[in-house]
Design a protein around this ligand. Structure first.
Ligand SMILES: Cc1cc2nc3c(=O)[nH]c(=O)nc-3n(C[C@H](O)[C@H](O)[C@H](O)COP(=O)(O)O)c2cc1C
Ligand code: SF4
Length: 457
């Protein structure tokens, strides 16, 4: 199969270019099929979500279509706040029409009249592309019967978490609500504690099951409707068909975004990035801040969720930061923990207070003020940081930091003894921009962000 499939080599930013490359066909096919057969096709293709969870897209569409009462909504998640990922922005820059078309296909499948395309307000180019694609597709009648709105959200990491995303669309802060979108969707009026809206007089309260899909997932769905499930299954593995957009940053010669078939060895992608820097050897990698460390000895792993889980890690949004043998994993743990503790919203005290305390202990150890007793304290904090959590962020803290403590005890011991390699400066790999020549511009501002989401000047 000739790649690329989902990420075109050149941007397709005019409706003419879009139609010339098969644009509009997927939606036409979906209209011919109708909702049931459209969901069947996506299910048969074996597409799984590319936003991090890896859930079956067909199963998700069907369960939302069949869920409880009220309206249905589609939300395209283009928030892309996960450190070390840039693929969604690359896709919104190169093929925004395919995302809008995929959202329209999903709306047809689940019976929604309203679509929200959510991205960060600071992603000005990407938001403009989505608006332009919506206007053009609307002008040509592709979106008849659909109300499509582009929403610009805040820079907070939680904006991309689906329960927080719905809050932002409704005009509030990105604080995850209690129940998931399929149980408490957009503008729901069903009574759930203090979160319920108010039904209009004479109206039944509704839960409005809402579909949230990552923008890459929706673009892939468009291709599937255009070319068929069999075509999609001709790529990737039996369990994980299709392609995946992989971001690689950190200690490689040429960072970048590469589209590869699912199941491609991670080492092949690293080779396309030019391998390690001259004279250096890889030490470890992380897929965002959501999964356990992947050791260099495991870099031959096939890129599927199942294969990565078998190596005690996970695929996440397939955004990897790679570190070489100069790096202290203690410093990585400190920075990842600091990021998560700052971004935690504080609705669940064990998550906010626990992750802040974990960061403090790691800072102490890293600056030579630690002792063996700190290890016990760390383990106890890591056990409780997930208690009563509304969202997965506290679990990310537990998974990432625990995995580093387990895999690199010598880096932690060196910190406690004050004899280790002076921990190299590590910055959270939040990507501000990734240029075609492989230059990565990191978001330096995050180091000045305080736990209450204000900034040191
Ligand atoms: C803290 C946190 C941040 C997240 N950020 C994003 C994001 O920026 N983009 C995204 O697509 N999914 C993000 N997710 C996952 C979403 O909650 C959701 O699972 C995903 O959008 C579903 O789409 P998919 O089924 O197509 O993967 C995040 C999850 C968590 C816990
Ligand atoms: S788990 Fe953490 S980030 Fe998620 S809602 Fe609770 S406090 Fe906020």
């Amino acid at each position: 199969m000739t790649l690329p499939v989902v990420l075109p080599a050149e941007p397709l930013l005019s409706i003419e270019d879009y139609l010339r490359t098969g644009g509009g066909v997927g939606l036409r096919v979906a209209r011919e099929y109708g909702p049931d057969a459209t969901i069947d096709e996506v299910t048969a293709a074996g597409l799984t979500g590319r936003g991090g969870g890896g859930f079956s897209t067909g199963a998700k569409w069907r369960s939302i279509r069949d869920a409880g009462g009220g309206r249905r909504y589609v939300v395209a998640n283009g928030a892309e706040g996960e450190p070390a990922t840039f693929k969604d922005r690359m896709l919104m820059r190169r093929d925004p029409f395919r995302i809008v078309e995929g959202a329209a296909i999903a709306a047809l499948a689940i019976g929604a009249d309203d679509v929200y395309l959510a991205t960060k307000a600071s992603f000005t180019v990407e938001a403009a592309n989505l608006r332009h694609a919506t206007e053009e597709l609307g002008r040509l009648g592709f979106l008849d019967g659909l109300d499509v709105t582009v929403v610009g959200g805040p820079d907070e990491y939680l904006f991309g978490e689906e329960k927080a995303l719905l809050e932002v669309i409704e005009g509030r802060e990105p604080l995850p609500r209690q129940l998931p979108p399929w149980q408490h969707g957009l503008f729901a009026t069903v009574a759930i504690g203090w979160e319920s809206g108010t039904p209009r007089a004479g109206e039944e309260p509704t839960s409005n099951p809402t579909l949230v899909n990552n923008v890459e997932t929706l673009a892939a769905a468009t291709h599937i409707l255009e070319r068929g499930a069999e075509w999609f299954r001709s790529m990737g593995t039996v369990d994980s068909p299709g392609t995946v957009l992989v971001t690689v940053v950190g200690d490689v010669v040429r960072p970048g975004v590469h589209e590869v078939e699912m199941g491609t060895p991670f080492s092949d992608v690293l080779a396309r990035c030019g391998g390690p820097l001259p004279g250096r050897a890889f030490k470890a990698a992380f897929s965002g801040v959501s999964n356990a460390v992947l050791l260099a000895a495991d870099f031959d792993v096939a890129l599927t969720q199942r294969d990565l889980v078998a190596r005690d890690s996970g695929l996440g949004a397939a955004g990897f930061v790679v570190y070489d043998d100069r790096r202290s994993m203690l410093a990585v743990a400190r920075e990842f923990s600091r990021f998560l503790s700052v971004e935690s919203c504080g609705q669940c005290p064990p998550c906010k207070r626990g992750s802040l305390s974990i960061t403090e202990v790691l800072v102490d150890i890293d600056s030579g003020r630690g002792s063996d007793a700190d290890l016990g304290r760390l383990n106890s904090l890591l056990r409780s940081v997930t208690d009563a959590n509304r969202c997965y962020l506290g679990t990310e803290e537990q998974i990432v930091v625990s995995s580093i403590l387990r895999a690199f005890p010598e880096d932690i011991a060196a910190g406690i003894e004050g004899v280790g390699p002076a921990s190299s400066r590590i910055m959270i790999p939040l990507i501000h921009d990734l240029l075609d020549d492989g230059t990565v511009v990191y978001d330096e501002r995050h180091q000045y962000k305080r736990p209450d989401w204000t900034y040191d000047s």
